[in-house]
Write a protein that binds this ligand. Structure first.
Ligand SMILES: C[S@@+](CC[C@H](N)C(=O)[O-])C[C@H]1O[C@@H](n2cnc3c(N)ncnc32)[C@H](O)[C@@H]1O
Length: 204
């Protein structure tokens, strides 16, 4: 079988489906996962740190860039209710799973689509963008993510990103600082860092 990245557009590997049971932000969740999606055997430690750190308020309009099977975006959707949460991924298998997992966890304020970043939602005014970015996809993809997040956030809107310290976290922080003018590290644990940046209100 040919090697596939977790960010393949249309994975060919047999799905070999599993059901994960977990608790996030004090609530129980279940997630179907399949082969060729990111972290199929357990919730990634970086994702978990970001989930536990992100500040999402009821009424927020949230986007999850690179949603995988949905752990980040679906917890965000529950926290943002009655606000809406938009999940995008380039991997069709991941998107189908995220959609199914939204229903499995009783979430109706969720929109999921297959796409290359936010190209389909330019101009959508999000109050929060969250992402566990695909660092393996390369610096170009990740810097586009940061630029798109800036353009799609309302003034005052916030970006949360997680990265492994040894896998380019510092360079990611510099990219965020360059585009948002400021960024801070809001959590560090188990070799991961969570960054937060806010789109300045003066960009209105
Ligand atoms: C590190 S994984 C995180 C997945 C999920 N958010 C989680 O925390 O488990 C990054 C995700 O970004 C997706 N991705 C990669 N390039 C993308 C692109 N250009 N547009 C949208 N999603 C992309 C990958 O398919 C992958 O699911």
């Amino acid at each position: 079988m040919k090697f596939e990245h977790y960010f393949s557009y249309c994975p060919a590997a047999p799905p070999n489906r599993r059901l994960l049971h977990t608790t996030l932000r004090g609530e129980k969740y279940q997630f179907y996962t399949e082969a060729s999606v990111f972290s199929r055997d357990r919730i990634d430690a970086g994702t978990r740190l970001l989930v536990e750190t992100m500040d999402i308020q009821p009424g927020d309009t949230v986007a999850d860039w690179g949603c995988g099977y949905g752990p980040l975006g679906l917890v965000a959707a529950r926290l943002a209710y009655p606000g809406q949460c938009y999940l995008v991924d380039i991997n069709r298998r991941a998107v189908a799973l995220a959609w199914e997992n939204a229903r499995l966890n009783g979430l109706s304020n969720v929109w999921v689509w297959v796409g290359d970043g936010f190209s389909a939602v330019e101009g959508q005014p999000f109050t929060v963008v969250v992402s566990n970015p695909p660092l393996r996809a390369g610096k170009k993809v990740v810097s586009r993510l940061v630029e798109e997040a800036f353009r799609c956030l309302r003034p005052g809107g916030r970006l949360y990103l997680v990265a492994r310290t040894r896998q380019g976290a510092k360079s990611l922080l510099r990219q965020v600082e360059a585009i948002f003018s400021q960024a801070e590290t809001v959590a560090r644990k188990g070799g991961y860092r969570v960054f937060r940046a806010e789109r300045a209100r003066s960009h209105e």
